[in-house]
Design a protein. Sequence first.
Length: 606
Amino acid sequence: MIGTTLDKYEVLQKLGEGGMATVYLGRHATLGREVAIKVLHPHLSSSARNRKRFAAEARAIERLHHPNILEIHDYSGIDASDCYIVTEYVHGTTLAALVRDRGRLPSELVARIGIALARALAYAHLTGILHRDIKPENVMVRPDGVVKLMDFGIARFLDESHVTMTGALVGSPAFMSPEQATEGTLDARSDIFSLGTLLFHLVTGHLPFSGSNPSVILRNVIEGRRPSVLELAPAASARLADAIERAMSQRPEDRFDRADDLVEALSASLAEVGIPPASDSFSLTSYLADPETWERGLDRHLRDNLPSLGRIALDRGDSLDALRLFNRLLSIDEGNAEVLALVQNLHSAPPRPARPWRVRVAALALVAAAGVAALAWWAPDPGPAAPARSSVAGERASVAVAPSPATPPPFAPASSSVSAPVPPPAAAALASAPPTVATRPAATVAPTLPPSLPTEPARVRFVSEWPATVYKGDVPLGEIRRSEPFLLAPGLHRLVAKGDAIVPLAFDLEVASGQELERVLSLEPRPARVRFDATWDANCVASVDDVDIGPLAGLSSVQGEGATWRILEVRAPQQPHVVGVRCGGSTTTRRWERFTRTDVVFPSRQ
């Protein structure tokens, strides 16, 4: 095919080949610009039915115009003998090549990559398009730091063509969601799971689900048999690990509902260590230019800032966050005297010489002593060959389970292998427990505590401007607006606030025996849905507060009241908003001081 012309595109050279297509470098015959041409293999494009399906899919994804999505310029017609897509040509490298060359990537770099990809997914999901095949090979990174997500719609085309899991999909099982692996119903949360898997791979340098063949990998995906992020990368950001674990929850309802929510969680992991999202010093561009200098700069930043950030967490009474920050610093600076002193003071033990892992176990014993009741939430791993897992998705308690000092964690420095100290009784019970794998909370299992630790329930009052019910697992604990306090056993609890008018909020709460406290929950109301009827042309552009959202054709659509409606979601519905539609040179606007209903109708076009 090299040297030939496809329509108006000259085929210059072969760039690569996969199980479903061959990619060529091409040039537009009249414009002279470089393009990439992906030509599907003949067994996929041999039938007229497949060509029609492929053309329909190409027309759908051609509407995607986002800085983090590969731009599609053209595609073959239905009558073409070859099925191909013409896209922008990206100079750069794939994430697969980046991990192969650099190994595990720093947490803050992974967060930046994840933010770009999650924004791309949020935009695509808004138009009703799923990716279905997120993996490192489908992500390009340009030298200027721009991340490009590729191959939207290809996996769907393959699914609908009844292609078996060979060739193109051999590399994909490790990144599939459980519902995709079982051929279940897919929605945006399936893409979020796959993105979480990709971020896991970037930050640990390993795949979460492995096996000798695709069938074994798929079984592990379906059963959720994998290690946690912090088991493989103890120096990773705990907040980033939380976001990845939640994105990779086995049940879709336990994941982030929207890719935008993942963006917020990843941004919070940067903010936790004092790095602004737009920081030039720690940008993807500067990393690609000089990775070693970038990593040395991050190391200095963490050493300089983690101690003070940990003290701030202590001042606000969040000992768990403080210990997580201190634990990360000890992973990169084992002899930090300031942090060792803070940890020893927290543990209220007389100062004594301690090796790094001895200190880490002592620090984590504070969490263990307060959270022994949480042990009832864990179940032993039924499979002896499966890697250990220490936390449910998104659960901040993951730091509370440390490897036994006599057996350093995978990939720990050789100096970590030291003789085991004698920890306090509660910590000893925890440290000696067999590896565990996360399961659903068992609401009927009563927490047990050693006789030497008498306890009484903590009394917690939740405060919020929005009505909601607090759940632990699937069990409702009560409504927030009631005056009666919630009674919680001492330890760390993973709770979720849910309600018809709010976005579900998962949070962690650590309580002590007999403690009385009040917790204010900043609940986010569900977005208002502004509906546009068919009198508005699909090419008209919608806006919110003078910011263009895009053409109405790009919005999701629903059927109702005998008509088709275009839906625009408006966040922060309790605040004033101006929604507009621009058609040609005229703009129609409507102002809402506050959305009193979740669904409102924009005026019809006159």
